[in-house]
Design a protein around this ligand. Structure first.
Ligand code: NAP
Length: 483
């Protein structure tokens, strides 16, 4: 399959927080990759911004080291790395003060598309947006990109939206959820809306339930203080899992257009029913024997009640999905790092073959990581003599194999940054969408805070708390194995 890379027009991209972890691991390596495949024009300019005192050469040296560490294509490509670094400059700006803004303003070209990527703490978003406006940089051709967390609850998300909208209109604000930049997530839309095969089956008549799992094998090491104020519900469910649920459950939009797609997602969130506490399991990983590595060993509060795991049953109250629950599950220190959506179909209404032990039934599994791809579990006759016995097999399509030879695979961040430059908001969250997701999540979190129940402890390296297994078992269903 031949890759089609469409170059974007020259642009000025200002990265606030250019010396930080996200910029060095994802943003700059992603930009380098786009440069390498010919999508980023050499007239593009990238301006790194942070408070650290350094000149452009020192900043380029920092980036060179980051590229060598995090960008595969930078290995043994010193000339190409140097050519990329020629596009990069550095301006020292204090986002919370007055230093550097005039210098930044003078640095910008008048005629190029401008994008401001705020890879800094959300507490600085308002300061930056206001100063960009005050210094005349927030033109009608400007875009502003903000990173999660987008609020801690509905009130703070509303306040953030209001702050950004003082200087930028909604069509200029790009709220990143990097899950939406993943190849498989977009493929979910292609699968659903570019094939006639699935739509007749995509409803509660044919689908028994849906499982959405995002599991991590690592714990909160190094991020304990941040995570302890957030927990799995705010860090993962309200944003990433919610987005996956929306794309699975939404009605076909009338066109592939930012507002048409996002309108349908908002309708799904609005249709979510309240989740009773008995349909939610919260967990917290405990210490591995002999090691001080429990959740609480890394949290600020040694008696923390913050959850590192959540599983829940969610009902979408509309005609398509009534009677088909969506089970969401996410956690840290689980058996493997893996993300998938499993659409599990109902059994045939009348089975003419002998009962098959352990039968799990038809399922379509959309795998986000590792090995992005799609699997269809189907039932066949077990090969060989001895009567007709059934067996389950999977039809597997790993994108890396299916598209081998010339495909330009992109990391989620690089795809999303190029979408910002092109002005395509389809894969970014709209303000009302974020607020709707918080409106749903807030009462759940408030219920936990009002209750004296502590999260159930679970062992590292497993599947999470026992009660999470029971959530499905009690209804005659079972989770797919993690990993
Ligand atoms: P980080 O490593 O702490 O980096 C913060 C950056 O902000 C540094 O470059 C810092 O440089 C700069 N900075 C801090 N205060 C500043 C100020 N007053 N003016 C100008 N620059 C300032 O943070 P990060 O991990 O990269 O995260 C950045 C954002 O992305 C956060 O909102 C985070 O929640 C979000 N995020 C991060 C990840 C990730 O994997 N890291 C994933 C998802 C979302 P100086 O100290 O030199 O000013």
């Amino acid at each position: 399959m031949v890759s089609r890379v469409i170059p974007v027009a020259p642009f000025d991209l200002v990265v606030f927080g250019a010396t930080g972890d996200l910029a060095r691991r994802k943003i700059f390596p992603g930009l380098f990759h786009r440069f390498e495949v010919g999508q980023m024009p050499s007239e593009a300019r990238i301006v790194g911004v942070a408070r650290s005192e350094m000149d452009v050469d020192a900043f380029r040296n920092l980036l060179r080291a980051s590229l060598l560490e995090f960008a595969d294509r930078a290995q043994n490509a010193e000339d190409r790395v140097q050519a990329f670094l020629e596009c990069v400059s550095y301006v020292r700006v204090d986002a919370a003060g007055e230093d550097g803004w005039e210098a930044l303003s003078k640095h910008m070209r008048k005629d190029a598309t401008r994008a401001f990527y705020l890879s800094v703490s959300p507490s600085l978003f308002g300061d930056i947006a206001d100063r960009l406006s005050a210094h005349g940089m927030a033109t009608s051709e400007s875009r502003i990109v903000v990173e999660k967390p987008f609020g801690q609850d509905l009130a703070s998300a509303r306040a953030l939206n209001a702050t950004l909208r003082r200087s930028f209109s909604e069509h200029q604000i790009y709220r990143i959820d990097h899950y939406l930049g993943k190849e498989t997530v977009q493929n979910l839309m292609a699968l659903r809306f570019a094939n006639s095969l699935w739509e007749p089956l995509w409803n509660s008549t044919h689908i028994d339930h849906v499982q959405i799992t995002v599991s991590e094998s690592i714990g909160v090491e190094g991020r304990g203080a941040y995570y302890d104020r957030s927990g799995a519900m705010r860090d993962m469910v309200q944003n990433h899992l919610m987005q996956l649920l929306c794309l699975t459950a939404m009605e076909p939009p009338s066109k592939y257009d930012p507002d048409a797609v996002r309108n349908e997602k908002v309708k799904v969130i609005s249709a979510l029913q309240d989740v009773p506490q008995e349909d939610i399991v919260r967990g917290q990983y405990r210490e591995t024997p002999g090691q001080q590595d429990s959740y609480c060993d890394h949290a600020e509060n040694p008696d923390s009640r913050t959850e590192s795991f959540v599983a829940m049953k969610v009902n979408v109250g509309n005609w398509r999905w009534s009677g088909t629950p969506f089970y969401l599950r996410t956690g840290k220190k689980l058996r493997a790092r893996s993300s998938e959506i499993a659409v599990v179909f109902r059994d045939p209404p009348h089975m003419i073959f002998p009962k098959m032990e352990g039968r799990r039934g038809n399922a379509l599994i959309i795998r986000l990581q590792p090995d992005e791809g799609i699997t269809l579990r189907t039932t066949i006759k077990e090969p060989g003599p001895g009567g007709l016995r059934l067996a389950e097999v999977t039809l597997d399509m790993t994108f890396a194999e299916a598209l081998a030879g010339g495909t330009d695979t992109q990391d989620a961040y690089e795809r999303l940054i190029m979408d910002v430059i092109r002005g395509d908001q389809t894969l970014f969250m709209r303000g009302d969408e974020v607020e709707a997701a918080w409106s749903w999540a807030d009462p759940i979190i408030a219920g936990w805070e009002a209750s004296s129940r502590t999260p159930e402890k679970y062992d590292a390296g497993g599947s999470g708390p026992e009660d999470a297994l029971m959530l499905l078992h009690r209804e005659g269903r079972r989770w797919r194995e993690i990993g």
